[in-house]
Design a protein. Structure first.
Length: 86
């Protein structure tokens, strides 16, 4: 059940990040889930490095969304810098 919960939360976090981030990213369902899961994972790692979370604790929902927005901005910059036709 943990995997299903991770996928559902990843999807919700990814959708919220896409709604709050200006611009249009052509990301499908799976990439939205990956965005949310990556945002949550990185928020947890950053929080542990900053001393906000202990090992094994999950990141907060707001922190996960904020990091997912940052990842979405980075994705937009990297994707926008690709040569035409790719």
């Amino acid at each position: 059940m943990g995997i299903v919960w991770t996928i559902v939360l990843g999807f919700v976090i990814g959708v919220i990040a896409k709604i709050l981030h200006p611009g249009k990213e052509n990301m499908g369902f799976v990439m939205t889930i990956v965005l949310g899961i990556a945002g949550s994972f990185l928020a947890g790692v950053i929080g542990q490095l900053m001393g906000w979370y202990r090992a094994g604790e999950g990141a907060g929902f707001i922190a996960s969304v904020v990091v997912a927005i940052v990842l979405l901005a980075i994705y937009g910059k990297v994707r926008g810098s690709a040569p035409p036709g790719n």
